[in-house]
Design a protein around this ligand. Sequence first.
Ligand code: COA
Length: 181
Amino acid sequence: MLRGDKVGLRARYEDDIPILRTELYDDVVNSARAEGRPWRPITPGSKDSRLVVNDDEQGHVPFSVVELNGGTLVGTATLWGIDTHNRSAHIGLGLLPSARGKGYGTDVVAVLCHYGFVVRGLHRLQIETLSDNAAMLRSAERNGFAREGLLRSSAWVLGEFMDQVILGLLAQDWKPSPGLG
Ligand SMILES: CC(C)(COP(=O)(O)OP(=O)(O)OC[C@H]1O[C@@H](n2cnc3c(N)ncnc32)[C@H](O)[C@@H]1OP(=O)(O)O)[C@@H](O)C(=O)NCCC(=O)NCCS
């Protein structure tokens, strides 16, 4: 398990899947805002790639996020689009509604940076988020990510086009907090 200050990132367990499905993916608004594709229901037991891990998929590393104090499941975190030639990847995360606004998102980004830069030896990490997602923008910027661009009207979200922000962080600009790992 990878450890931050408040949360740990561990493998996805079978028992996590029904909770993540109910709390995150069955929430149409959350799903529509977090994913670049239309919401559709997930059949229980299906091999939906948003939940079920395929260990052969080298470029996509999903974690479950747990509280360090007690081990309760609080969300998902993913390093995806890993490009070993350009040594870059993207970060994605989603917390259960009850776990938001407690500093966990900022901590998850810190742990994913540790995984990307230290464990995987990457050079650049990127985040894309809707321009009104203040908590995601702040979680990224608290970890040193810089706003690099605005993709105007690039996301169709529940009846309207929204702008997306691209944020990037280079390995040499990353300042890890002590105790990560
Ligand atoms: C986005 C998300 C991961 C952020 O994690 P979080 O644990 O809620 O965020 P944190 O508690 O670490 O807060 C980070 C910062 O944002 C601020 N913040 C938190 N919620 C906020 C809100 N609703 N509005 C404005 N600012 C907010 C916090 O005050 C904090 O700022 P500070 O560091 O200056 O104090 C989480 O809210 C979430 O899972 N949301 C739904 C799914 C989603 O949007 N995923 C990202 C898709 S790209």
